[in-house]
Design a protein around this ligand. Structure first.
Ligand code: FES
Length: 109
């Protein structure tokens, strides 16, 4: 099973095993990490904002235009930000490192 490494805002590191096909947002939630995913992956919130490690960012499939539009609204956007609900685990992503941002901005509220 591929492994994904989450870095939390407090500096802690959580390495979890991921089923192929699960999104990073679902994976984080399943493991009790603090990712809200308020719209359940409909690209209507940005509470699933994650920051991908520089080395991994270029290995992910390109974000769609809709994802980029929603990311523009994310709090604390960075050059390697993605929506966690749109990044799907594949075998090639074994070892993926993502950082969880300090805060998210829930557009649904
Ligand atoms: S869960 Fe809402 S945009 Fe990803």
């Amino acid at each position: 099973m591929p492994r994904v490494i989450f870095l939390k805002p407090d500096g802690s590191r959580h390495e979890v095993e991921a089923a192929v096909g699960i999104s990073i947002m679902e994976l984080a939630r399943d493991n009790g990490l603090d990712v809200e995913g308020a719209c359940e992956g409909a690209m209507a919130c940005s509470t699933c904002h994650i920051i991908v490690d520089n080395e991994w960012f270029g290995r992910l499939p390109e974000p769609s235009e809709d994802e980029e539009d929603m990311l523009d609204l994310a709090y604390g956007l960075t050059a390697t930000s993605r929506l966690g609900c749109q990044v799907v685990v594949t075998a090639e992503l074994d070892g993926l490192v993502v950082r969880l941002p300090d805060e998210t901005h829930n557009m649904l509220l």
